[in-house]
Design a protein around this ligand. Sequence first.
Ligand SMILES: Cc1cc2nc3c(=O)[nH]c(=O)nc-3n(C[C@H](O)[C@H](O)[C@H](O)COP(=O)(O)OP(=O)(O)OC[C@H]3O[C@@H](n4cnc5c(N)ncnc54)[C@H](O)[C@@H]3O)c2cc1C
Length: 499
Amino acid sequence: MKLKILAPLSLAFIGRCSAGGNPTCCQQLTSVFPALVYFPNSTAYSASLGEYFTEQEFSITPTCFFHPFTPAEIATALPILSASNCPFAVKSGGHGIWGGLANIQDGVSIDLAEFNGVDVDGGEQGTVARVGVGMKWGDVYDFLGARGLAVVGGRWGSVGVGGLILGGGISFFSTRKGFACDTVVNHQIVLATGEIINANATSNPELWQALKGGSNNFGIVTRVDLLAFPQGDFWGGLIINPFSEEAFEHFTNALHIFSSDPEYDENASLIFTYNFDSSTRTWIIISNVQYTSIAGYPSNLEPFTSYEPQLINTMRVSNLSDFAITNSEGEEEGTTRSLYFTRTYVSSEVLIRQIFEIFNSTVYNTLSIIEEDVTWGITAEPFPPILTQYGKLNGGNILGLDPSDGPLILFLATVTWHDSVNDLPITQAIETYFSQIDTLSKSLGLYNEYSYLNYAYKDQKVMKGYGKENLQQMKSLSKQFDPEGVFQRLVPGGFKLDD
Ligand SMILES: Cc1cc2nc3c(=O)[nH]c(=O)nc-3n(C[C@H](O)[C@H](O)[C@H](O)COP(=O)(O)OP(=O)(O)OC[C@H]3O[C@@H](n4cnc5c(N)ncnc54)[C@H](O)[C@@H]3O)c2cc1C
């Protein structure tokens, strides 16, 4: 179905809105959708707010939440918001990290939670799962698992479909199938003009490519059609080792060998983390390991699964839902302040060692200035060429990654704390840390421009990291599909094309 509603002429409006907004925006929406607009003190408003993962997002209070059920309702709402220059935010699962990413103070937050349908069908392209963006990955896996199927999606069951897939999407299956976005065969998207279109290999193919990493820069995606595949139980779980100098030597070497293996085993997936608890001043080492075939205990994962002593070992054969749900256990939405910051470098034992050692110094330097208990983590996720090849193989994405970049490792710093007074010292510590690592990696010839959008901090130049040509392409597509620049100037949350 194609539905076009002409946008009224917008007022001349230059620049990007950061907050505030026209108080009549919510009233205008209410007059058209009396049952879909929710204000503070309503149950639905609280429910939407309660879905945000971080305290920074949870503490932002939009004037109203708009809860559409259909693309047509969004198609009616967007021209209204555009015509009155109403700042708005777009939320799917609410698991983005920084405050203002998917929520907006005194603006309109569009909550896509009602886009929660999934079905599966066989067609020319094989088995395709049509997934509503408001779904959580755990629910998608439950539905598909009951049919012996899986898709490439998040590894934490609580994470939303929309944000993850539009920013890339790292999965247990990524070395077998690519980023989650590489498996999208069709996006259903509502443009700012009110047009509802499909973007796929034959219809709006350039937009289809740009949505594979382009996030909320072009419109509101309401459904993604994903390649599904048969998947049985597999082997995976968590190993936690206590920190020791010997363990540090062992894992530094193991991580490099695993990440740069020219014969990288496509079934193997690793999330490797050093975690520091400032209350006990202890480091632990966490290997979140999956081997997505029933043939368990592969030798390339042994350095992570067999190293002793171990504090915890949950390795088992189970299903995708179980692994994803277990990862999310213990999450308490909206209660903790968080910072994620990410960079990507070519794998090298020398650099890996420095990345962990300098992180340790960074953390220790904060102990005298931050009084509350803080948890610090530095995580490594290998991006071998067999992963980055799927962009091109599946019709192209916009991420700017290529197998010729070599065996990359994504590094993610995560910090959690409670008191907002510590926002600044923590942010400064992490920014300084990564600028040191950037400099070091450049001097070693191991620098890579790419930063993963879904883990990036708001000041990071994510879109520039996709490369000049890709950025230019996105800008020209933005002009074509969003001629009034609504998603650039009225949606401040996210990584914009001029950032
Ligand atoms: C506990 C946890 C586990 C995670 N695990 C993984 C993982 O395994 N793999 C991985 O790759 N990432 C992971 N992430 C990162 C995750 O991909 C991002 O946080 C992602 O943004 C979450 O998607 P969401 O729909 O919940 O986000 P939201 O917070 O709802 O949205 C994030 C951004 O996407 C935009 N957006 C969302 N939906 C739409 C839409 N339909 N149309 C247009 N724009 C939209 C929003 O405007 C916002 O800017 C994890 C994060 C957390 C907190």
